[in-house]
Ligand binder design. Structure first.
Ligand code: F6R
Length: 367
């Protein structure tokens, strides 16, 4: 059932061209220039009149939510807050019937997310679900929603569900932005054409980086710490890359917005500190170049995720992983793939139980 792969996690990483495509299928109609999402369309007035959108989730789904905030604020210009479900439910949050709450959950069974939604519902908010498991508890309690069509995710570490969540959030942001006039038609058309090309780009990344990342992983089997840095849309991608490594390899890793490095973590950098830095051409590239300079001045080991043909970061980095260029808002989808592979292979070489890491469960049904 692992389809020839050694672990479900690797199978699921490799399924992403298909799972992202399946998540867009029937929704993204590039030729007609339309995004069809009944869950949004049937309640468009609620979204249109929303004071703000609150995204609630845990773990990887929360990271997807952070990217959702960037997407919805940039393209639909609706204020978004992203909350850990566990914090939201216990802090007497201000919430009204003018709020739209979006819950993101692969399993649809996460106890804290469920409890937060009940609270939001009591206060009259409109609640929308982004779940992967059909007919799960969260899917059932929400007023409307869109399923991610990633297929069953068996590996405890979430991979294809994450990129499917990003796909849905992208569609929602573009649909709302197009509808409320913040996203002009020409830009909308070029963005959806680019989104349509993402499954192919993931496929290319898998083909071109798999062996390379495997080799890089060999050099870090004995690492005890990692930093992951990114800016803008790739800051949450850095958080997610670090979480993947922690979960399955048990190496301590932290994700940070790259510019925050000098407010603390830079003190950790020496020749033993591996730093994964996401540095695509679009999105604060020059700033990232300076961050890499600062790291190299302190002899940190840089593993850089750059675009094909990059020269500036390449000159300084110890390891370079190339990915194809894409619009900034899609880069976390593409950049996450080699980071998943890196975590996977480091864990495999450490002899860890990749599909069932210690202390973790696939659905966290207790708080
Ligand atoms: C990460 C991971 C967890 C889950 C979190 C939320 O790889 O598996 O952090 O993302 O427990 O789970 P769902 O999305 O099912 O609510």
């Amino acid at each position: 059932e692992k389809g020839g792969y050694e672990h479900f996690m690797l199978k699921e990483i490799f399924e992403q061209p298909k799972s992202v495509h399946d998540t867009m299928r029937g929704r993204l109609l590039v030729d007609e220039g339309v995004i069809k999402m009944a869950g949004i369309w049937d309640h468009i007035e609620r979204f249109k009149n929303a004071n703000r959108i609150i995204i609630i989730a845990c773990g990887t789904s929360w990271h997807a939510g952070l990217i959702g905030e960037y997407l919805i604020e940039e393209y639909a210009r609706i204020p978004v807050e992203v909350e850990y479900a566990s914090e939201f439910r216990y802090r007497n949050p201000i919430i009204t019937d003018k709020d739209v709450v979006i819950a993101i959950s692969q399993s649809g069974e996460t106890a804290d997310t469920m409890a937060a939604l009940k609270l939001a519902k009591e206060k009259g908010a409109f609640i929308y679900g982004i779940c992967n498991v059909v007919d799960s508890s969260i899917a059932r309690i929400t007023d409307a929603g869109s399923y991610t069509h990633a297929g069953p995710e068996i590996g405890v570490a979430s991979t294809k569900a994450f990129t499917a969540q990003l796909t849905i959030l992208t569609l929602i942001a573009f649909k709302l932005g197009k509808h409320n006039g913040n996203l002009g038609n020409a830009e909308f058309m070029s963005l959806i054409a680019e989104l349509d090309a993402i499954p192919k780009k993931i496929e290319d990344v898998l083909a071109t980086t798999h062996d390379l990342v495997q080799n890089i992983a060999k050099d870090f089997v004995h690492a005890t710490n990692f930093l992951y840095l990114g800016r803008g849309y790739n800051y949450p991608a850095a958080l997610e890359g670090a979480l993947k490594l922690k979960e399955i390899s048990y190496i301590h890793a932290e994700g940070y917005p790259a510019a925050e490095m000098k407010h603390g973590p830079i003190a950790l950098i020496d020749e033993n500190m591996p730093i994964v830095i996401i540095a695509p051409k679009k999105g604060h590239y020059d700033k990232i170049v300076s961050n890499v300079q600062e790291i190299k001045a302190r002899k940190g080991k840089v593993i850089a995720v750059v675009n094909n043909g990059d020269t500036q970061v390449r000159e300084m980095a110890d390891y370079v992983i190339e990915i194809p260029e894409t619009a900034e808002c899609f880069s976390p989808i593409v950049a996450s793939v080699p980071l998943q592979l890196l975590a996977y292979y480091i864990a495999v070489y450490r002899g860890a139980n990749v599909d069932q890491p210690r202390n973790l469960a696939k659905s966290v049904t207790v708080e």
